[in-house]
Ligand binder design. Structure first.
Ligand SMILES: Cc1cc2nc3c(=O)[nH]c(=O)nc-3n(C[C@H](O)[C@H](O)[C@H](O)COP(=O)(O)O)c2cc1C
Length: 206
């Protein structure tokens, strides 16, 4: 069990950029590797509207990904100060894992992207922790020993990685994350992977 699930939703690619930086941080820890997965958009139409396999990017997450991984990094764009419905819909389908305690004791981190600097990064990150805590997961944040936390002009919080995606001229978010945002996302991924590795080794030694 040496994979960390990086599970995210991204409509325009900004949250995906954070996911890739977190995955690089995970992969930097010897013995650990990132497993990137996404979720399909939800629809108000009660029929299948999206193909089973996404046109590009990582595959859609399956519930077994949660069970097979040693930890989870959960990411979503901020939608009205909260996570996107597509990710919440996937999480609402995790009752079997909640009942079995499949995620209890595993470490987890969260990340988000917003269109405005004060548009709800912290509220989204904190709200994303709630279902993870119900699952018994242990939250891993970013400590202030990461000096960029105090100097970043964009995203990056002690609660998790974040990105301030300034809008392009056509209104779509700018997907490019800053050097500080990328470094903090990398640090979070590495810290999550190290924590998971220590827990896995501790359980094996017990
Ligand atoms: C329905 C909706 C609600 C949004 N709510 C917020 C919000 O509360 N605060 C904010 O700063 N940005 C908000 N945004 C902007 C997105 O969070 C932002 O564009 C984000 O970077 C998109 O991420 P993505 O590129 O991964 O899809 C909202 C966007 C949509 C479509």
């Amino acid at each position: 069990m040496n994979d960390i699930l990086v599970l995210y939703y991204s409509r325009h690619g900004a949250t995906r950029e954070l996911a890739l930086a977190i995955a690089q941080g995970i992969d930097s820890v010897p013995g650990m590797q990132a497993r990137l997965r996404t979720v399909p958009p939800v629809s108000s139409v009660c029929e299948s509207t999206a193909p089973d396999i996404p046109a590009d990017g990582p595959p859609y997450a399956e519930l077994r990904d949660l069970e097979e991984c040693a930890g989870v990094a959960l990411g979503s764009p901020t939608r009205f100060g909260n996570m996107a419905a597509s990710l919440k819909y996937f999480l609402d389908g995790t009752t079997p894992q909640w009942l079995s305690g499949a995620l209890a004791g595993k470490p987890a981190s969260v990340f988000t992207s917003t269109g405005s600097l004060h548009g709800g990064q912290e509220s989204t990150l904190l709200s994303m922790m709630l279902p993870l805590l119900h699952h018994g997961m242990m939250i891993v944040g970013i400590p202030y020993t990461e000096s960029r936390l105090t100097t970043t002009q964009g995203g990056g919080t002690p609660y998790g990685a974040s990105h301030h995606a300034r809008p392009n001229a056509d209104g779509t978010p700018d997907g490019a994350i800053s050097a500080d945002e990328k470094a903090l996302a990398f640090a979070l991924g590495a810290r999550l992977a190290r924590t998971a590795l220590n827990l896995v080794r501790g359980a094996a030694a017990a």
